[in-house]
Design a protein around this ligand. Structure first.
Ligand SMILES: Cc1cc2nc3c(=O)[nH]c(=O)nc-3n(C[C@H](O)[C@H](O)[C@H](O)COP(=O)(O)OP(=O)(O)OC[C@H]3O[C@@H](n4cnc5c(N)ncnc54)[C@H](O)[C@@H]3O)c2cc1C
Length: 490
């Protein structure tokens, strides 16, 4: 009732709402503005300034933790600014509004044999969300992070002024990966790349331990275009790093554009059906899944052993290859794997950690040992390869990342949290990084060590947003809220 009364006095596109993080463990209440134009963005900024509120800009809300939440303050939800503004086939560049989703871009260009590198598995992520979290795809070691795909963007500053930022602009490396702290991205132009066809050949290579894994990766990184590695977090110490590598490379095919359109339309429909089916299934049977995960050690132990054994048998029988639409390889995992809040459960965590190539063997062994010694090892463990970029807050580096999803039982809550902290500490000690889009636990001390260039980001912020209009729950938690930061340790 109180919320209804408050809503009556607001501009039409603003409403108080309750929101939770994707995993569901963080609950917030915010004044949500859904602008359709840059003018409405300005109106929302000025409303918040007048009412002494801060703003967190939100894309599709597909980050796992509190990166796009702002409890008690405002959210600028950009999902309604989702038009494709221009497409130049000659230069293969596309200009879109901030809230346009990755899958919308595919629908516009993929039948013309173009692709967008660094697309995250979550194809419903918005372009601006992908820019601000500087996301990575399964091709990250090859084509880099999302930052490498950007030609230019428009940033609406706290002052209401809109500026154009291209790759040579002094603000480029601060805004990209800058978790929305410098202003509102209104639109962006992205560079697309030609491909042979919409199909990839997928090869699956089993690796018996970490040495086999790294040796196979070194070969695959030269011969393939994208890869993702399923790692067995339950394997014994002597088999740490036991895994199945899924590697893809673009292949030729001979359809006409008309035929490709049809094939891809069916592909998009299939993705959407999977998404709906996955959500419905897991909404209905989520509690059963949760119950099964109460005996997760034996269940996942058996599942992982079978998965690896199957990979090995198929490899020996030379049946480790198939050809399918890139759409499936690139995006389907997020639709067939249960939604994050069910994979992780109400007390769960997702964490993605990068570590340098030098010392990668020791890092993988140590991280897997921490997982194995936890009473609830992760439900999923995924490895990727990366290459560095120049962003001030950049998760990417010349190395690998491991992504873990934990689904702890109530009595193991503290132990699981401890395991996540140990994983982060080990990563920090090894010169690695923590992906902010998937984080919900990083402390200021850990953040300052992982991202020492945060000081440069804050100096720029002081210039562009001296009153600290743009912030988020994550910024407050990791100690880079400009107001709180005045008291930060030197
Ligand atoms: C199933 C699943 C799979 C995933 N796979 C991957 C993966 O493969 N690789 C990867 O890197 N990530 C992955 N992610 C994470 C996800 O892609 C990122 O969190 C991405 O940033 C989400 O985009 P979004 O539009 O939802 O952004 P949000 O979560 O809404 O926001 C992310 C950040 O961008 C800022 N922001 C958003 N829009 C604007 C704007 N217009 N102006 C200024 N700031 C803005 C927000 O303030 C916030 O800091 C996955 C997530 C899920 C759920």
């Amino acid at each position: 009732m109180q919320m209804e009364n408050e809503n009556q006095t607001l501009p039409g596109f603003m409403r108080w709402q309750e929101l939770t993080s994707l995993v569901g463990s963080i609950k917030t209440r915010s004044l949500v503005a859904r602008p359709k134009t840059i003018e409405q963005c300005r109106e929302a900024l000025s409303y918040c300034r007048q009412h002494n509120m801060t703003i967190c800009v939100r894309g599709a809300g597909r980050g796992y933790g509190d990166i796009a939440l702002n409890d008690g303050h405002a959210l600028l939800d950009m999902s309604s600014m989702n038009r494709i503004l221009g497409f130049d086939e000659q230069s293969a560049q596309i200009t879109v509004e901030a809230g346009t989703r990755i899958i919308d871009i595919y629908q516009m260009v993929h039948h013309r044999l173009l692709t967008l590198h660094a697309s995250p598995t979550e194809s419903h992520s918005s372009v601006a969300g992908a820019i601000c979290a500087n996301v990575n795809g399964k091709d990250a070691w090859h084509h880099g992070s999302f930052s490498h795909q950007i030609v230019r963007l428009t940033l609406l500053l706290a002052s209401g002024e809109a500026i154009s930022i291209d790759r040579s602009h002094e603000l480029f490396n601060a805004v990209v990966g800058g978790i929305g702290l410098l202003g509102v991205i209104v639109d962006a132009t992205l560079q697309l790349h030609p491909v042979l066809s919409p199909y990839v050949e997928i090869n699956r290579f089993p690796a018996t331990d970490v040495d086999a894994l790294l040796a196979t990766m070194a070969e695959i990184e030269k011969s393939h275009d994208a890869l993702v590695v399923w790692v067995d977090a339950y394997a014994s110490a002597s088999r740490a790093g036991r895994s199945v590598i899924h590697a893809a490379r673009w292949v030729e095919s001979c359809e006409t554009e008309q035929q490709r359109r049809k094939i891809l339309e069916a592909g998009y429909k299939r993705l959407e059906d999977h998404r709906r089916f996955g959500l419905a299934l897991h909404e209905r049977f989520g509690p059963i899944l949760s119950l099964m995960l109460h005996i997760q050690r034996p269940i996942l132990n058996v599942f992982n052993r079978l998965y690896y054994a199957m990979g090995q048998i198929l490899y020996r029988m030379k049946r480790f290859s198939n050809t399918e639409l890139f759409l499936r390889f690139g995006f389907e995992a997020s639709f067939t794997v249960p939604p994050a809040h069910l994979v992780c459960g109400p007390r769960g965590y997702t964490v993605q950690l990068t570590f340098p190539r030098t010392g990668a063997r020791e890092a993988i062994v140590e991280l897997m040992e921490i997982c194995r010694s936890s009473p609830c090892p992760p439900v999923t463990s995924i490895l990727r390869a990366h290459k560095p970029d120049d962003c001030l807050i950049s998760f990417s580096e010349d190395g690998y990342s491991l992504n873990f999803e934990f689904h702890p039982k109530k009595r193991h809550e503290a132990a699981s949290r401890e395991a996540v902290d140990r994983l982060i500490d080990a990563t920090v000690r090894r010169g690695g990084k923590v992906h902010l889009a998937k984080d919900q636990v990083l402390t200021p001390e850990q953040f300052y060590r992982v991202y020492p260039r945060y000081r440069e980001l804050l100096e720029i912020k002081q210039r562009l947003d001296p009153d600290g209009l743009f912030t988020s729950d994550l910024a407050r938690r990791v100690g880079i809220d400009p107001v709180l930061n005045k008291q930060r340790p030197e």
